[in-house]
Structure formats: structure tokens, C-alpha cells
Design a protein around this ligand. Structure first.
Ligand SMILES: Cc1cc2nc3c(=O)[nH]c(=O)nc-3n(C[C@H](O)[C@H](O)[C@H](O)COP(=O)(O)OP(=O)(O)OC[C@H]3O[C@@H](n4cnc5c(N)ncnc54)[C@H](O)[C@@H]3O)c2cc1C
Length: 509
């Protein structure tokens, strides 16, 4: 089939009946569920972009294996142009959602592509796992499927490993092997967009200890597999608030969910890792499934940060406060943060690392640096929006007030901005800013930047440890060695001088 349209994506959603729980009720009509409807339409637009002549050549390619047009997320980069072709896709999707949707289809499609192109790693442990991931890659590529993922154990007692938890199956684990597949039980989080996807892939961050064998798992399933329950968090919007009042929150909310596996059967051909702590711990570092999607995250993060900074600038301009030095200083700082991320992305692309199998991966160090900086840069941009918007962020009337002729004169007099900025334009900018900086939607978007791919503190510690492992700090040795030599040289000159004086003394005597 190859690339799908938005309508085909929505037909897929209509054809299934996953067990979705939202505010204590079961969702039976996904595409017409008010909380999910607009986000579904936003994802559908991304699928349509694949058919749009303005985008098609940039975000898709013709698959060598099938001759069908497929997303660039399924391209295994073999040269810089391939890396940039993937970037074009990431950029197009990120710009279409202002970087506010992190788990657009490209994200996990890249993860699976990375796992499959490095299937040699699984082959070492079990050749069937390697064949399974390659077949799964082809399946999602050729059917253009949208995946969610759940890689974290529920947050119960973090001081204990999985097998030390009070209940053996609080964390997702294998129950038994059957002729048809592996029976699994327990929960995983935090499956973003799960209710509106086609499939779920489960794997884990490293950190398994001996004794955790049953939890050392990786597999994929259709989202409507019997026994799989999706429990959504409380929604942040009800799907009824107007797009005028909430121009971002009403469009881009990514629903997050806990996945509960009630004795779910995973067919053997969908098992990628089972009962192997070493393989589960090394999956991330060995297969590039951190590095390749980190490129997507970096491009998306740049789009989101740039957008927040643009909002801050327009906000300041709309009420004329950007004439003040302190405001200019804050905005200048934000623009420099955008430039920093932009430069790091370029470095990651132009200093690609090439694996022994010839796969191009954007360089890890600049990508990890982006990962380390965005949790500071993005919250700072949000803080500056709050500081500049000040009380005005809490003064916006609703769209209905503008529509009422009795109020219109007051609207135009008291909500007007600096000269040239009408009341409606000023209010619309403030509403955009409030969605980003005040609404629960905006707070989630901020929390996303901190945690979307692990704990930033532990990630930075790993970054340091990797740096230490790879670097012998030769300049430090050189500096110390040179100092030694300089000292010896100085000593030699000194003793020559002493000898000279002694000789002179002898002559004088
Ligand atoms: C908006 C959002 C969307 C997400 N989407 C997804 C998704 O689609 N799929 C998915 O699988 N995951 C997703 N995640 C989950 C994300 O991967 C986790 O939030 C992240 O890995 C951190 O884990 P945690 O939330 O369990 O925090 P914890 O690991 O419980 O950490 C909580 C606090 O305790 C500290 N801490 C905990 N353990 C240790 C330790 N061993 N050593 C030192 N400090 C420790 C941490 O520093 C942190 O301050 C998402 C998260 C967010 C916020």
C-alpha cells in the first residue's frame, strides 16, 4: 500500500475497537470522541501531507524493495542526503504542529527502522527475534502504521527493581510461554497518543538487574489486542472549547495513557526480546534507537522553541514593551537559545557517525547536548512569556464577548494594543501565549521537554560518563608534561648560571 491518506488513517481507527477508558467511561466511537477528534484531525493532516505535491518529494521516497512510495521515516540513511531527507520529514511534521506534538508517526517509525537496520544485535541472542523485527519493520512501512510506545514501568516504588515490587505483575512481565506466543501481564506507561494509534511497541530503558528476567521484554501488538486496556489520564480540554479561545490547546493535545496488559498473548512472531536482561539493557546503546529518534526530537524541539520565542516576541511587540532594555535582554537571550539548538542540529548532521554496517547516524554528542539544554531553554522561554504577558495573560475575554455588539465598543477601547495592533489581534496573541504558558496544555508541553525521553539528570550523568570513557584528556597530560619540561629547562638554566657564577668566582679567586 505505501503512504496512507488522512482518510485512510481515520478509516483504520474506525475499523478497530480498542479498550479505551476516558474519565471512567469506555470510548466506543474514537473518531467522534470530542476529546480525541481534533488531535485525530491534526494527525490525519500529516498523513495527507504525504500526498501533497508541495511536500511529497521532500518527506517520502520510493522504496527500493517494493517500488511503493513510503515515508522517509523508513529510510535507512546511507549518506548525508538520506539524513537530510529524514530531517525534511521531521521538520515538515514539526512545523505543522508547532513542535507541540512529540509523538507524531515519524517518531516511532524511525525507532523501528533503527531496530530493524541493526537487527544483527538481536540475531546474536536469537535469530528469530532478528527476523521478527525485520518483518515488523516491513509491515508498518508497507501499511504506513502509526505507533505508540510504552517503555517505562508504572511509578510505584522506584527504590526497588521490577522483581522486588510487592506484586510480581505490577510491572509488565512474562507469565508463561505457550505454543502460540508469550502471555504477558502488568502495566507500562506512558503511552502518548495510544488511543488514536494503530499499534503499540513495548521495550525498556536499560537498568534491568539479575532477577528481572521476566520483565526483560520487547514486542509489538495491534492496539486493539484482546486484554490490552488503555487508561487515559484526565483530559486537559473537553473538545468543546473554541479554537478562538484556545488556538493551541484545542488542537494539539496528545493524550497520555497507562497500558494494562491483562494476560495478553503476544504471538511469537511479534516478540523481539524475551527473558534476556543483557539484550534488554543493550538494545538502546547498540541499535541506535536513541540516536536516530533524537534527531527527530531535536528538529521538533527546535520548531517548538522557535515558536515559543516568536510568541514571546510578538507578545512584547503587541503591547509596546519591547522598547525596554530588560525586555530586549530577555528576548535576545531566547533568540540565542534558538540559535544554539539550530547550530547543534547542524553539527549533528554534518558530523554524522557511520556505523560498521554503513548506516549514517547524526552525531550523538550534539544531539545529547540538545537533550540536555532544552529542559532549561524551553521552560525559560515559557517563563519569559509569563513575565512579559504579566497580568494581561489573565485578562483576555472570550470570543463570545467580541461577538456581542453590546460589548464591542469596550472590547475595542480597552483591549487594544500599541498603535497599529487592534483589540482582536492583541487578544488573539495573548490567548496563544496563555495556551503555551498557563493552560494545563502548556504545562504538559513543558513537562514533555523535561521528560520525554528519560530523566534529564541521569541522562546528563550518562553523557559525562561516556565522555570520560572516550576521552583520555590528552591536553591535560600535554600541559603537565610541558610544565615539567619547562621546569627542567628552567632548572638547567639556573644551574648553568650557578656554575657560571661559581666559575667566575674561581677565576676571581
Ligand atoms: C509528557 C510526557 C510524555 C511522555 N511520553 C511517553 C511515551 O510516549 N512513551 C513512554 O514510554 N514514555 C513516555 N514518557 C515517560 C518518560 O519516558 C518518563 O517520564 C521518563 O523516562 C522519566 O521517568 P519517570 O517519569 O518514571 O520518572 P522517575 O524515573 O520516577 O523519576 C522521578 C524523580 O526521581 C528521580 N529518580 C528516580 N529514579 C532515580 C534513580 N535511579 N537515580 C536517581 N534519581 C532517580 C528522578 O531524577 C526524578 O526527579 C513521557 C513523559 C512525559 C512527561
Amino acid at each position: 500500500m505505501g503512504i496512507r491518506t488522512g482518510a485512510q488513517y481515520m478509516d483504520g481507527l474506525k475499523s478497530r475497537q480498542p479498550e479505551i477508558w476516558l474519565e471512567g467511561r469506555k470510548v466506543t466511537d474514537i473518531v467522534n470522541e470530542p476529546v480525541l477528534r481534533q488531535p485525530i484531525l491534526e494527525i490525519a493532516k500529516l498523513y495527507d501531507m504525504q500526498h501533497d505535491p508541495d511536500h511529497q518529494e521532500k518527506i517520502t521516497h520510493v522504496c527500493e524493495e517494493t517500488g511503493e512510495r513510503v515515508s522517509n521515516a523508513f529510510l535507512v540513511p546511507r549518506k548525508l542526503e538520506d539524513v537530510m531527507a529524514r530531517r525534511s520529514l521531521f521538520e515538515a511534521y514539526a512545523n505543522a504542529t508547532y513542535g507541540l506534538m512529540g509523538r507524531t508517526p515519524d517518531f516511532l517509525n524511525v525507532v523501528v527502522t533503527g531496530m530493524a537496520s541493526n537487527s544483527w544485535f538481536l540475531d546474536k541472542y536469537n535469530p528469530e527475534w532478528s527476523v521478527n523485527i525485520q518483518n515488523y519493520y516491513r509491515y508498518i512501512r508497507d501499511n504506513d502504521l502509526f505507533l505508540t510506545h510504552a517503555i517505562i514501568n508504572p511509578q510505584n516504588d522506584r527504590s526497588k527493581t521490577s522483581h522486588e515490587q510487592k506484586d510480581t505483575f505490577t510491572h509488565l512481565g512474562a507469565v508463561e510461554e505457550t505454543p502460540d506466543g508469550l502471555l504477558v501481564r502488568g502495566a507500562k506507561m506512558l503511552a502518548t497518543l495510544a488511543p488514536i494509534t494503530d499499534e503499540v511497541i513495548v521495550y525498556s530503558f536499560p537498568g534491568f538487574k539479575p532477577g528481572d528476567e521476566r520483565y526483560a521484554l520487547a514486542f509489538a501488538l495491534p492496539i486493539d489486542t484482546p486484554g490490552l486496556r488503555i487508561i487515559c489520564r484526565e483530559p486537559m480540554q473537553d473538545g468543546k472549547r473554541s479554537l478562538f479561545d484556545h488556538p493551541l490547546a484545542s488542537r494539539f493535545e496528545e493524550m497520555d495513557a497507562l497500558l494494562v496488559f491483562n494476560d495478553v498473548l503476544v504471538p511469537w512472531d511479534r516478540v523481539f526480546i524475551h527473558n534476556n536482561v543483557e539484550a534488554a539493557n543493550l538494545l538502546y546503546p547498540k541499535t541506535g534507537i536513541a540516536q536516530q529518534p533524537a534527531h527527530q526530537s531535536g528538529v521538533r524541539g527546535l520548531s517548538k522553541l522557535s515558536f515559543a520565542v516568536d510568541v514571546a516576541c510578538r507578545l512584547a511587540d503587541s503591547i509596546g514593551v519591547d522598547v525596554y532594555l530588560n525586555v530586549q535582554n530577555d528576548l535576545g537571550e531566547l533568540i540565542q537559545s534558538v540559535e544554539t539548538i539550530r547550530a547543534l542540529l547542524r553539527v549533528s548532521e554534518y558530523e554524522c557517525e557511520v556505523t560498521p554496517s554503513g548506516e549514517y547516524m547524526p552525531a550523538a554528542a550534539p544531539l545529547e547536548t540538545i537533550r540536555g539544554l532544552l529542559p532549561t531553554f524551553y521552560p525559560r522561554a515559557i517563563e519569559v512569556i509569563q513575565i512579559i504577558g504579566a497580568g494581561g495573560l489573565l485578562m483576555s475575554p472570550s470570543g463570545y464577548d467580541f461577538e456581542n455588539p453590546e460589548l464591542r465598543e469596550d472590547m475595542d477601547r480597552y483591549y487594544v494594543g500599541r498603535e497599529g495592533v487592534s483589540s482582536i489581534d492583541r487578544v488573539r496573541i495573548f490567548k496563544l501565549a496563555w495556551d503555551l504558558s498557563g493552560e494545563a496544555f502548556g504545562q504538559r508541553a513543558l513537562q514533555y521537554e523535561r521528560y520525554y525521553t528519560g530523566d534529564p539528570i541521569r541522562k546528563r550523568a550518562i553523557f559525562y560518563n561516556n565522555h570520560k570513557r572516550k576521552n583520555a584528556f590528552p591536553l591535560v597530560d600535554q600541559a603537565l608534561h610541558e610544565a615539567d619540561r619547562a621546569r627542567e629547562a628552567a632548572k638547567a638554566i639556573h644551574s648553568e648560571k650557578e656554575e657560571g657564577i661559581a666559575d667566575a668566582d674561581t677565576v676571581m679567586q
